[in-house]
Design a protein around this ligand. Structure first.
Ligand code: KIV
Ligand code: ZN
Length: 391
């Protein structure tokens, strides 16, 4: 039986912190609607204490999609932030208050300039206050992966006793590596389950070393029950773990992880394009799952194999993630099989023997000159070739 993994999307909070990615209220609502279509479990809609505009956006999202999706927003461990979250999300059916406070020495000493005990007490006070407002409270131990383990655990134990229902372990600066992060999650999970097995253990990974997806998956393998992710991996600096990568890795390798999510994967492509369009931030062409080339095959050997059986070079179908069907980009390395397929797909007969060989030589000459050959080029080639007739 697959373990269900809770998908928490923070595109509208961590993702929107990216320079140049500012969205207006209407645009945020459009993204939230698409997140609902994707069937994410929790939407982090913003940081309402930061501005009146953010407050309004969170409130409208809670009102619009909060009937079926849990809605949350971020608060520092201070009453005014917690009040702003409560007021903006309370209309949702299943609202959640998300509190963040650092646990690493560098955060405690440099950011707060207080003793470790005093910072821990701030966290406990914040959770106790939030619990007077809502039953569901998530506590994030910021910079957890660079924290002293016993202090990190002392914080988790204290905030769980104060009523936190979800513990989120962030790799805030993308410093962790998969084996080590998985080990951290395993150790926390073991103690947490003994303390209170109803508390949800979550992870939030950044991509500074390009390891956000790998770290998230390693955490899942070691007991994490919830993943914090963003569409297109948008987020601070190099971004967050990408929703589409984590979800598809869990789906394609379900036997390995023993986990699944409720995400409607056919909506992934649309979500990616919408976020890219609204933020003005392009998706890199070779981005896993949603990049333009994610299902494009250009080498002759691959094209030939695919035409025989898609599974030869595809581990998932483009349709499964809502992308257009498999695309064969013709180049000088494409073989006869791929070229014939392109010609016949356009409704032409490719011919046999010398007639076909002649056409293929013309194609190779064009591919050498142009590097990539598109449908309109094939059309031109075929219609100018006297020996090939319309089918
Ligand atoms: O990266 C981080 O630590 C965060 C927290 C608010 C979870 O974004
Ligand atoms: Zn973050």
């Amino acid at each position: 039986m697959s373990r269900n993994i809770i998908v928490f999307d923070t595109t509208l909070r961590d993702g929107e912190q990216v320079p140049g990615a500012k969205l207006n209220v209407q645009q945020k609502l459009e993204v939230a609607q698409q997140l609902k279509r994707l069937n994410v479990d929790i939407i982090e809609a913003g940081f309402p204490a930061s501005s009146a505009g953010d407050f309004e956006a969170v409130q409208q999202i809670a009102r619009t999609v909060g009937d079926t999706v849990s809605v949350t927003a971020l608060a520092r461990a201070v009453k005014s932030d917690i009040d702003a979250v409560y007021e903006s999300v309370k209309i949702a059916q299943n609202p959640l208050i998300h509190i963040v406070l650092g646990t690493s020495n560098i955060h405690v000493e440099k950011k707060f300039n207080r003793s470790k005990d005093a910072v821990l007490q701030m966290g406990v006070d914040a959770v106790q206050y939030a619990k007077t407002l809502l039953p569901n409270v998530q506590y994030s131990t910021e910079d957890a992966s660079r924290s002293d383990f016993e202090y990190l655990w002392a914080t988790i134990e204290a905030v769980v006793k104060a009523g936190a229902t979800m513990i989120n372990v962030p790799d805030t600066v993308g410093y962790a590596v998969p084996e080590e992060f998985g080990d951290l999650i395993r150790r926390i999970n073991e103690r947490l389950k003994n303390l209170n097995d109803k508390v949800v253990l979550s992870v939030h990974c950044h991509n500074d070393l390009g390891l956000a997806t790998a770290n998230t998956l390693s955490a899942v393998k070691n007991g994490a029950e919830k993943v914090e992710v963003t569409i297109n991996g948008l987020g601070e600096r190099a971004g967050n773990a990408s929703l589409e990568e984590v979800v598809m890795a869990l789906k394609v390798r379900e036997n390995h992880f023993g986990c699944s999510t409720g995400i409607r994967t056919e909506e992934l492509h649309r979500a990616s394009r919408l976020v890219s369009l609204l933020t003005g931030l392009d998706v890199q062409v070779n981005k896993a799952i949603t990049g333009e080339n994610a299902f494009a095959h250009s080498s002759g050997i691959h094209q030939d194999g695919l035409l025989k059986d898609k599974n030869v070079y595809e581990i998932m179908s483009p349709q499964e993630v809502g992308a257009e069907s498999m695309e064969l980009i013709l180049t000088a390395r494409s073989g006869r099989h791929a070229f014939r397929n392109a010609v016949e797909k356009m409704g032409f007969e490719a011919g046999d023997g010398e007639a076909f060989e002649q056409l293929f030589r013309q194609f190779l000459a064009l591919a050498d000159a142009k590097k990539e050959v598109y449908d309109h080029d094939v059309f031109y080639l075929v219609t100018n070739h006297r020996t090939v007739s319309m089918s």
